[in-house]
Design a protein around this ligand. Structure first.
Ligand SMILES: [Zn+2]
Length: 466
């Protein structure tokens, strides 16, 4: 039997993804049949079962669900009334119920300096912060620390609707109630604030209950290799209850499912000619990301003994926006990987920008970064997002071409990284020049990098390190 050149196998992976007729039906099912797939809900369970069926259909090994405990949350009505004016708002997931009145204090972007300036003035007030700058949870944490009794968080773009987003961090209950308001409502409140004092009345109904989240895991193991090193391709499939979580992150979920199918075919083609890749690929679809990366951090904790085998975590989060593909790489010894990814993009073939200068802490790869594993987050677009975390994140917003190109690029990169110790490939695939980091980061190196990036706050959350 004549050998099929590696490059031809690679081309068939790319072609398979570009002309695939399963990508759109999968996206449609995840969005239209499973709604927002809120962690711990029946919609989430339906999505998990669909993902299991999809991965089983590709004949991957050990397809299974791993459950983890979480605090379920169900929204009820929310009202915010300021100086007698009822304003549109939504409860933020994890918020406790409340019925309270207190002065409202405008605290700018809710950055450390804003709270420093307010000092004791913030105590006993309802904090009103703009969504710009640091992450919602950082602003919320500052409001809690400052002794605020409520939290109002605004959108940053016109017509982008009130933003949602969890108030729980690492599974801890949210201590004070919070709502999201649209940018336009913030503008109105800023005008009211300019006239004088603001008195707020916050009424929120919400239920919390014990629930489980479900991670779906599957392996692609090279023929005849026992316990190989692994690359992990992952995405969170859970979303928010107010929309379809189409861009964030049915898009990434489908990228993983499509890459899994195409890569399985490539492994089979290589195996048929006795050329097993050196590494396996583990596919993971997380739940609970939107509630604080619960699924991935639970996994990283429970599988600590396996992490040494994971050479890279490739996380797809928001890959359905039109525009370039950004690859944020973090970890020890990642320069060669960045060079490899930028070279693989080619000249005007894939519009890709890979870099390792910015630490991105707010998606599932971070659960592994904290354990020293080299990680990468893939996202498309740039400032053109239709508004993840709002009612506007619906299927019609997904740029299917962006999903296809991201998937094709990711599959190609993973295939090359998986086979890079095979002989007789092009010189840049020689084992001496493997683009994969030589080792994991030590805990000291992780801590130093967090400190340097200004994320000391994450060092103070003991549960993140457990
Ligand atoms: Zn996301």
């Amino acid at each position: 039997m004549s050998q099929i050149p590696f490059l031809d196998i690679e081309k068939s992976v790319l072609g398979d993804i570009v002309i695939s007729d399963t990508l759109w039906p999968a996206l449609t099912f995840l969005c239209d049949a499973c709604n927002g797939r809120f962690a711990g809900s029946e919609d989430e369970q339906r999505a998990a079962d669909f993902i299991v069926r999809s991965l089983q259909h590709c004949n991957l090994s050990d397809v299974h669900i791993e459950e983890f405990p979480l605090r379920g949350w169900r929204r009820g009505p929310a009202r915010v009334i300021v100086n007698g004016h009822m304003l549109p708002c939504i409860g933020l997931p994890g918020t406790p119920s409340c019925d309270l009145s207190a002065p409202v204090l405008l605290l700018g972007d809710g950055e450390p300096l804003d709270f420093e300036k307010a000092g004791e003035l913030a105590r006993g007030k309802i904090a009103l912060v703009r969504g710009k700058g640091s992450h919602r949870l950082e602003k919320y944490g500052r409001a809690v620390q400052a002794g605020c009794v409520g939290f109002i968080f605004s959108g940053t773009e016109p017509n982008a609707l009130p933003p949602t987003g969890s108030l729980e961090y690492a599974g801890q209950p949210a201590p004070i109630p919070g709502v999201g308001i649209a940018y336009e409502t913030l503008c109105r409140l800023e005008r009211i604030a300019a006239q004088g004092e603001m008195t707020g009345h916050l009424q929120i109904e919400a239920q919390t209950f014990d629930a489980v989240g479900r991670n779906v895991i599957a392996d692609l193991i090279p023929a005849g290799v026992d316990k190989p090193d692994l690359l992990m391709m992952c995405a969170h499939y859970d979303g928010h209850d107010i929309a379809q979580g189409a861009v964030d992150n049915a898009s990434g979920t489908v990228a993983v499912l499509e890459a899994a199918r195409a890569l399985k075919t490539a492994y089979d083609a290589l195996a048929a000619q006795g050329a097993a890749p050196a590494r396996g690929i583990r596919f993971a679809l997380w739940s609970g990301e939107e509630l604080g990366m619960l699924g991935s951090s639970h996994y990283a904790h429970c599988h600590a003994d396996e992490l040494a085998r994971i050479r890279l975590v490739f996380n797809c989060d928001i890959v359905g926006n039109p525009g370039a593909l950004f690859l944020g790489v973090n970890g020890y010894d990642t320069d060669r990987l960045v060079t490899f990814l930028n070279r693989l993009a080619g000249d005007r073939v894939f519009e890709v920008q890979a870099g390792n200068r910015t630490l991105i802490p707010y998606s599932d790869h971070f659960s592994f970064y904290l354990k020293g594993v080299p990680v990468l987050m893939a996202a498309t677009g740039g400032g053109q997002s239709p508004g993840p975390h709002t009612h506007g994140d619906t299927l019609d917003k997904v740029d299917v071409r962006a999903v296809r190109w991201t998937t094709a690029f990711a599959a190609r990169a993973l295939l090359r990284l998986a086979v890079s110790s095979l002989p007789d490939l092009s010189p840049d695939l020689s084992p001496d020049l493997s683009p994969l980091p030589a080792r994991h980061a030590t805990m000291e190196e992780v801590r130093a990098a967090l400190r340097a990036a200004g994320y000391e706050v994450l060092l103070d959350r003991p549960s993140r390190w457990s």
